[in-house]
Design a protein around this ligand. Structure first.
Ligand SMILES: [Zn+2]
Length: 91
């Protein structure tokens, strides 16, 4: 989950390192560490940067049950609310 406070903290650390030095760390390792990439391969770092720049919709807009207010990532399609059991109408 990417909160805007996370991306602000990451940007602040990137700016700090840009004005300092990598201290022998490779750019890829530094980016993986600073951005908190789960996958520190170059592909993983690029995907993490893409998600930070343009967060996938499911990370930013959870599905919310109209009956009970339960929330879950909207990329998960339930037929019934996992909290209250009401039938979910996916549009
Ligand atoms: Zn519900």
């Amino acid at each position: 989950m990417i909160a805007s406070s996370d991306s602000q903290a990451i940007a602040a650390e990137l700016r700090r390192v840009a004005n300092d030095s990598l201290n022998g760390e490779s750019l890829q390792r530094a980016l993986a560490r600073i951005t908190g990439a789960d996958d520190s391969s170059w592909r993983g770092v690029m995907r993490r940067l893409a998600d930070l720049i343009d967060p996938p919709a499911f990370l930013t807009t959870p599905f919310i049950c109209e009956k009970c207010g339960g929330e879950w990532p909207s990329d998960i399609r339930f037929e019934d609310c996992p909290y209250c059991g009401v039938e979910i109408i996916n549009d």
